[in-house]
Design a protein around this ligand. Structure first.
Ligand code: NAP
Length: 310
């Protein structure tokens, strides 16, 4: 009978790989999306576990749209403790969950799921993460401010609702597909009673919204690879000093949108801290732990050095 030999270098692999720390008590967390290869969430969460000495691991899974239901059933069966959800599953996961938190329901999207003794509960940490990051980076909030949002996808919807809930005087959504901007404005007005309006990119109305805004937020992917030399606003939209320009993109750290704003004397902020805080809020939901400010600051420094968005 053939006896299988333990490979000689396995001890070496265990020493250097993360598997060295995994044992029967390890709690497993995950992120699902398609594609998923670019996700930096595993770096963020695994560095938190290492920093706090927690016996947890966070792994990425590519889940094709047709496999979502099977993946969710599998997570329940395997007792995965919690997982993040990214494009394209943030909406389609909702009917597969046992419960959904009020803010996620309002936004209509879930990016964080907690497994509570076999019941899957959905949350959205994008909006709260963004609001905290914005406050810290710009030193101001949204009360009585006029805000323009470029783009009308999932991120724009979460932000528009949050910004309206925080008391903005106006939320103007500008998008190349006007109907999608109108849908978000309608939703915001219905759910929050906020002053949302919509305009097609390139229209006179969109230029007026832009010029009259205190804060301009880019939620289109224009400016990230492969469109590094493109700006979501052409030269006819001219920033003016005093405006705050916020880009959801964090890689590259300074998009053309942010450089143009800076040249006009605006405060320019990228989306890295937002990405960080949506992850921190997910961590807090899953573990019930609250990260103190000092550890959060240290982790953010590490994260920004690794991801390169600073
Ligand atoms: P999404 O649902 O796909 O929406 C993208 C929006 O951008 C759509 O309204 C689309 O317009 C518009 N758009 C796409 N390509 C465009 C182009 N070439 N020219 C003009 N408009 C264009 O995406 P999402 O989930 O909202 O995410 C948007 C961006 O935010 C992504 O870059 C994402 O990485 C980033 N994000 C960052 C964070 C963070 O933590 N920093 C969090 C969430 C999202 P149409 O409606 O006309 O198609």
């Amino acid at each position: 009978m053939e006896t299988r030999q333990r490979p000689k270098d396995i001890g070496q692999e265990l020493k250097h790989g993360m598997t060295a720390d995994v044992n029967g008590k390890t709690r497993i967390f995950a992120v699902i999306g398609c594609p998923i290869e670019h996700s930096v969430s595993p770096q963020l969460h695994n560095s938190i576990y290492r920093e706090l000495g927690m016996n947890c691991i966070y792994v990425p899974f590519r889940v094709e749209p047709g496999c979502l239901e099977a993946a969710v059933r599998g997570f329940k069966a395997l007792n995965v403790a919690g997982f993040n959800v990214t494009v394209p599953h943030k909406q389609s996961i909702i009917p597969l969950l046992d419960e959904i938190d009020a803010e996620a329901e309002l936004i209509g999207a879930v990016n964080t799921v907690k497994n509570e003794n076999g019941r899957l509960c959905g949350y959205n940490t994008d909006a709260e993460g963004f609001a905290r990051a914005f406050r810290e980076e710009s030193g101001t909030g949204f009360r009585d401010k006029k805000v323009a949002i470029l783009g009308a996808g999932g991120a724009a919807r979460a932000l528009a609702i949050k910004i309206a809930l925080e008391g903005a005087a106006q939320v103007g959504i500008i998008n190349r597909t006007e109907e999608k901007a109108r849908d978000i404005a309608r939703l915001v007005n219905e759910k929050t009673g906020g002053a949302a309006l919509a305009a097609k990119y390139g229209s006179l109305e969109s230029r007026e919204i832009f010029a009259g805004s205190d804060i301009v937020i880019n939620t289109t992917p224009v400016g990230m690879y492969p469109e590094l030399d493109r700006c979501p606003l052409d030269d006819t939209y001219d920033f003016h000093a005093g405006q705050i320009a916020y880009d959801a993109i964090y890689n590259p750290a300074k998009t053309l949108f942010l450089s143009r704003a800076e040249q006009k004397g605006c405060i320019a902020v990228n989306g890295l801290r937002w990405l960080f805080y949506q992850g921190i809020y997910a961590f807090e939901i899953w573990t019930g732990k609250r990260l103190d400010e000092e550890i959060a600051a240290k982790l953010f420094d590490k994260f920004s050095n690794t991801v390169g968005g600073k």
